[in-house]
Write a protein that binds this ligand. Structure first.
Ligand SMILES: Nc1ncnc2c1ncn2[C@@H]1O[C@H](COP(=O)(O)OP(=O)(O)OP(=O)(O)O)[C@@H](O)[C@H]1O
Ligand SMILES: [Mg+2]
Ligand SMILES: [Mg+2]
Length: 292
């Protein structure tokens, strides 16, 4: 996905058309070209011609239903989200591709406001990612909405935690993209720790702080913790559960889910430290400490 070169090939009218899709994607999987035309202030014929060009570039998928409709591809949505970040002056220059995970693509970038930073483009449940899709219950919502939601959930979690728990500073959120602080560190699984007991203590204390702010990570593992000489950071929050103030003591379904996820998170970490460093801790004691 070469976003920078795709970006340079866009025109003002193409951006307007993508903007029209974005504005109505909450109500339609395939947004009627007529609605796009209205918002873009162009004729429907012109809009359809642009949509066909965008489809050739694999930025949208068009479908002839009872009407002519369009939806974003992952690349199209990412490009559009990048445009919004640029327009709001959050991003000045896109840098190198840093990594491609199952559910995201992460780029280095430069921001005049924030300096060096990263952009994480979310992709949840796009059709080509079958395995990811099977794992979750998507109901009837379509991919674009789910993906934007996942970005929003991660942004909300980072906003709530930053300053209390060691997470990258969130700068901005647009569409499926989150702009955040660049952390100069490596994933836990790639590092041989000299003080694993201390690091495990820190992790448990941070998970406790997270929990006290109503956040359960939900995918905690040696892959989603970054470490360096300077400290440790938690990343990758789209699947987290956010409990509201006062929640966490009752019996709601969300709280049950949070409890279950917390146990799994802690289990993952304890298993990793046992396997990699031979450190053993009793999970129930640790959970009790976290919830205290
Ligand atoms: N703020 C950051 N600073 C530096 N590197 C980062 C940052 N955020 C993400 N990364 C890098 O990008 C990778 C993918 O990010 P992240 O884990 O958030 O997404 P993911 O696609 O959900 O991952 P996975 O496929 O493992 O679930 C990370 O493993 C890390 O190497
Ligand atoms: Mg990850
Ligand atoms: Mg992930």
């Amino acid at each position: 996905m070469d976003l920078a070169s795709l970006y340079s090939k866009m025109s003002k009218q193409k951006w307007k058309v993508l903007d029209g899709i974005f504005a109505h994607m909450w109500d339609y999987e395939f947004v009627p070209s007529e609605l796009i035309a209205k918002r873009a202030n162009m004729s429907p014929e012109k809009v359809e011609a642009i949509l066909k060009a965008l489809s050739d570039e694999r930025l949208v998928v068009n479908k002839q239903l009872a009407y002519f409709g369009s939806t974003f591809t992952f690349i199209g949505l990412s490009l559009y989200s990048l445009w919004r970040l640029v327009k709001r002056n959050h991003v000045s220059m896109l840098g190198k591709l840093m990594g491609e995970g199952k559910e995201s693509v992460v780029y280095n970038c430069y921001s005049e406001k924030y300096g060096e930073a990263v952009i994480k483009f979310h992709r949840v449940g796009y059709p080509s990612f079958k395995k990811v899709r099977e794992k979750r219950d998507y109901g009837t919502l379509h991919f674009t909405v789910l993906t934007v939601r996942s970005a929003r959930n991660e942004y909300k979690a980072l906003r709530r935690l930053y300053g209390f728990v060691s997470v990258p500073r969130p700068h901005a959120w647009e569409g499926n993209a989150i702009l955040m602080e660049l952390i100069d560190a490596k994933e836990l699984f790639r590092v041989r720790l000299t003080n694993p007991e201390d690091v495990l203590e820190i992790i448990i204390d941070e998970v406790r702080k997270m929990y006290s702010r109503g956040v359960v990570h939900g995918d905690l593992s040696q892959y989603n913790i970054l470490v360096s000489e300077e400290g440790i950071w938690f990343i990758d929050f789209p699947q987290c559960v956010l409990l509201e103030e006062g929640e966490g003591e009752g019996e709601s379904e969300k709280e049950d889910e949070a409890e279950e996820l917390l146990r799994r998170d802690v289990e993952n970490i304890l298993n990793y430290f046992k396997r990699a460093y031979g450190i053993e801790k009793d999970i129930n004691t640790v959970l009790e400490y976290i919830k205290k």
